[in-house]
Write a protein that binds this ligand. Structure first.
Ligand code: C2E
Ligand code: CA
Ligand code: CA
Length: 771
């Protein structure tokens, strides 16, 4: 049981570990899956924004190159060199071909021409020609750009005009051998700069001839353009990039859906913000797929959870069922107590421990058998019997000391095991167990007084194996039952011997029945009135082939116990009926065992005997003991009544022994009472016995019964009995039981003769006969 419970705890633990493992795995991979989807979506968005931003940047670079190309269309032109760099600036020409043209055609807001020393010689600002002085406010800001153009170096970290620089190289190639002379003359540079706080494309380009290369100057003039990056500018870029709402704003937009990026110019100023609605390729992943995946993970998690719950319940059920089966296998259903198997296991454990420790400890085993439990079953019914068993079980349990182990072996048998430190524990246990039966039991509203027989034995004194212990406790119990029940017996070695002898008798008796070793002897009953033999009592005799004569006092109880009594009893009845034909004038008394009342269809048997033999049943006196009355079941009473109704007469045998109560005499109709020889032998010295006999005689005769005194051994006893008023005498004083063929001699010997006192003359006659 214990082992199994642990086994199941083990399975529960495994299951829990497995559940946890799978749960954690699902949670982990679920989280990873969600994270991957979220991350993919998010990075897709981020890279898309970065890419778009890159495209915008690229477009801005392109627009610088565009502006440079626009400038180039006028700056790299013979006419320009001629009109701007020769002598003094031809302002009218410049207004038309440079200022007017570039501002109107391409939207350049400011145009400046610087001479070889970078001094302004021409300006076009706000749609009209302005004096070179207009450049003063830009000179400082544009100086790095001017230097770049002059030197070909790099003044700003950001380079936006590579494509144009590449085209310069193409031009240089065009020059052929002149290229070495003009290296660095054909140059244009552009940047994004903050101009008056507004982002602008600022470009500077050399003014050089395109055909008449002789016009080239050592330090060419420069054309500087400012093209503001306004909304139109940005929108154009947006349209080309399929970013329709690309905008440049002074302040960051509040619209959360729009992407915002600081617009930083090459000179480090941050004159505004670029905003646009970014394409978010990861958005579908984040808004549709991610929730679906999350739902999926949740669903799988829930599914797994319910599955595990089911599994757990199922395995729990299984464990429960297993535990129940285990429990049932080791427990008695009716009382709920452990059963024999369980008891044996426990006993084995205790005995093992005892042997291991050898510390003078003891293990006591007690067998408890409820006396006459069968009567309760027979009279009150099986349900009542069950109720009684349950009541006894709980009463016994209540009587035990902590640590005692009780079991029910079935029927009305219980067993208790106790581990003790001293031999006295057996007595203590016996006292407790007997105490449990002191009070009556309430069975279906009826108060039943029960007793129990208890057999005890002790390890290691009486055995060290469960088998030995249980056998010996059983032997002690058996002994207790034999000695009249309602007692506790501690096993001793002789008991085993006695039991062995009983077993032998049991076996031999069966053979004796078949082999004709049994016979009947008859002991006469002598009338007190006239000394004649009024009847004989049939007494069983067994001549054992090796053990000699065995007394019925020995083998009858064994036969009763072994279930042989019905057969033996039937033999006695048949033989007595047969023999009785020899002496038709006297009664024949036959002993009936209480067992015959239970097991044999006694009435039927008697009926058949009467019918078969044709003998008047009133010649037979059937002797029963108080046992039959004690087991005062309705069945026994009915049987008694039926026997009497058939015409048989009845006698209450061995009166005065056991539970004898005068109340039986008024309760049951008997024809005779046989006072037990314990009251008769030596009666003349026993006042108390005398009083009892007197009251029995008075009551019995008052009720119209005959009184027989058994065991009359002396003349004195016979006289006393006659005096008291007994009707018949039986005993060795008159005769022992004799074989059938000698009965007639007895009858004749006791027949009345004129001269001598009846008894004496009969005895003398007998003696002469024997001699
Ligand atoms: P019981 O029915 O009381 O029989 C009388 C017993 O007393 C007989 O013993 C008898 O021999 C003995 N007895 C008679 N007179 C004297 C006497 O003066 N002194 C002494 N000491 N004993 C005397 P027995 O034959 O040994 O039978 C013993 C018991 O066995 C009987 O006691 C009876 O209970 C039982 N029994 C004998 N035969 C049968 C039988 O056929 N059927 C049944 N059911 N029981 C039987
Ligand atoms: Ca008798
Ligand atoms: Ca008797």
């Amino acid at each position: 049981m214990i082992g199994n419970r642990f086994r199941w705890i083990g399975v529960g633990g495994d299951l829990r570990a497995l559940t946890t493992f799978i749960g954690v795995t699902i949670a982990f991979f679920g989280a990873v899956l969600i994270a991957v989807v979220a991350w993919t979506g998010w990075t897709a968005n981020v890279t898309a924004v970065e890419r778009e931003r890159g495209l915008v940047d690229n477009a801005l670079d392109q627009s610088i190159i565009r502006v440079l190309n626009e400038q180039k269309s006028v700056a790299w032109w013979d006419d320009a060199v001629l009109n701007v760099a020769q002598r003094s600036v031809n302002t009218e020409w410049a207004d038309v071909e440079i200022g007017g043209y570039l501002s109107e055609s391409y939207g350049h807001a400011e145009l400046y021409i610087l001479d070889g020393d970078d001094q302004p010689v021409y300006a076009w600002v706000a749609g009209e020609s302005a004096g070179g002085g207009a450049y003063a406010r830009r000179a400082a800001d544009f100086a790095p750009l001017v230097r770049e153009v002059r030197s070909g170096g790099q003044e700003y970290a950001r380079v936006r005009d590579q494509a144009f620089v590449a085209s310069e190289a193409a031009y240089r190639d065009l020059l052929g051998p002149l290229a070495a002379r003009w290296d660095g003359h054909m140059r244009g540079r552009g940047h994004m700069l903050a101009v008056d706080g507004r982002p602008s494309v600022v470009t500077a380009i050399t003014i050089v001839p395109n055909l008449e290369f002789d016009l080239i100057q050592a330090r060419p003039f420069l054309l500087v353009s400012v093209a503001p990056i306004d909304q139109t500018f940005v929108s154009d870029i947006g349209r080309s990039l399929l970013m329709p709402d690309l905008a440049l704003a002074a302040a960051p937009s509040r619209d959360g859906r729009r992407n915002i990026d600081r617009f930083v110019t090459d000179d480090g100023a941050a004159p505004g913000y670029l905003t646009w609605t970014a394409r978010r390729p990861g958005q579908r992943l984040l808004t549709v797929i991610l929730p679906l995946v999350a739902l999926g993970v949740l669903f799988v998690g829930l599914l797994a959870m319910t599955m595990f719950r089911r599994l757990k319940r199922a395995s729990g059920d299984l464990a429960d069922r297993e535990a129940r089966a285990q429990h049932e296998a080791k427990h008695d259903q009716l009382s709920g107590l452990p059963n024999r198997r369980h008891f044996v296991e426990r006993l084995q454990d205790s005995l093992d421990a005892l042997i291991q420790h050898r510390n003078g400890g003891r293990v006591v085993v007690a067998y408890i058998d409820v006396d006459r439990f069968k009567d309760v079953n027979d009279t009150l019914g099986h349900q009542a019997g069950d109720a009684l068993i349950v009541a006894v079980a709980s009463r016994l349990q209540g009587a035990l000391a902590p640590g005692d182990f009780i079991a029910r072996f079935g029927g009305d048998e219980f067993a208790v095991m106790r581990r003790a430190s001293c031999p006295e524990a057996a007595d203590e246990l016996a006292a407790r167990l007997r105490g449990a039966f002191e009070e009556g039991f309430d069975v279906h509203g009826q108060k039943v007084r029960m007793t129990a027989s208890i057999g005890l034995c002790m390890a290691p004194d009486h055995g060290v194996s469960p088998q030995e212990m249980m056998r010996n406790a059983d032997i002690a119990l058996y002994q207790g039952k034999n000695q009249g029940r309602d007692r506790a017996m501690l096993f001793c070695a002789e008991m085993a011997g006695e039991l062995e002898a009983r077993r032998e008798i049991e076996v031999d008796l069966l053979a004796a029945l078949e082999n004709g070793q049994l016979s009947l002897h008859y002991q006469p009953l002598v009338s007190c009135k006239d000394g004649r033999v009024t009847g004989v009592e049939a007494l069983l005799r067994w001549k054992h082939p090796t053990k000699g004569n065995i007394s019925p006092g020995v083998f009858v109880p064994i036969a009763e116990e072994a279930g042989l009594m019905p057969a033996v009893g039937a033999f006695v009845l048949a033989r007595a009926f047969e023999d009785s034909k020899c002496w038709p004038d006297i009664e024949v008394a036959i002993n009936l065992s209480p067992v015959q009342f239970r097991h044999v269809e006694l009435v039927e048997l008697l009926e058949n005997l009467v019918a078969a033999s044709g003998i008047d049943p009133s010649r037979f006196v059937l002797e029963v003991t108080e046992g039959v009355l004690l087991e005062s079941t309705d069945r026994n009473r009915n049987t008694l009544d039926a026997i009497r109704a058939l015409g048989f007469r009845s006698a209450l045998d061995d009166f005065g022994t056991g539970y004898s109560s005068l109340s039986y005499l008024s309760e049951f109709r008997f024809d005779k009472i046989k006072i037990d020889r314990a009251f008769v032998t030596g009666i003349q010295e026993r006042k108390r016995a005398m009083t009892i006999i007197q009251s029995v005689v008075t009551l019995g005769r008052g009720l119209g019964m005959d009184i027989v005194a058994e065991g009359v051994e002396t003349e004195a006893e016979a006289s006393v009995m006659r005096l008291v008023g007994v009707t018949e005498l039986q005993g060795f004083f008159f005769s022992q039981a004799v074989p059938c063929d000698q009965v007639q001699g007895l009858i004749d010997a006791f027949a009345p003769s004129a001269a001598q006192p009846r008894t004496e003359s009969a005895l003398r006659k007998l003696e002469q006969g024997r001699l």
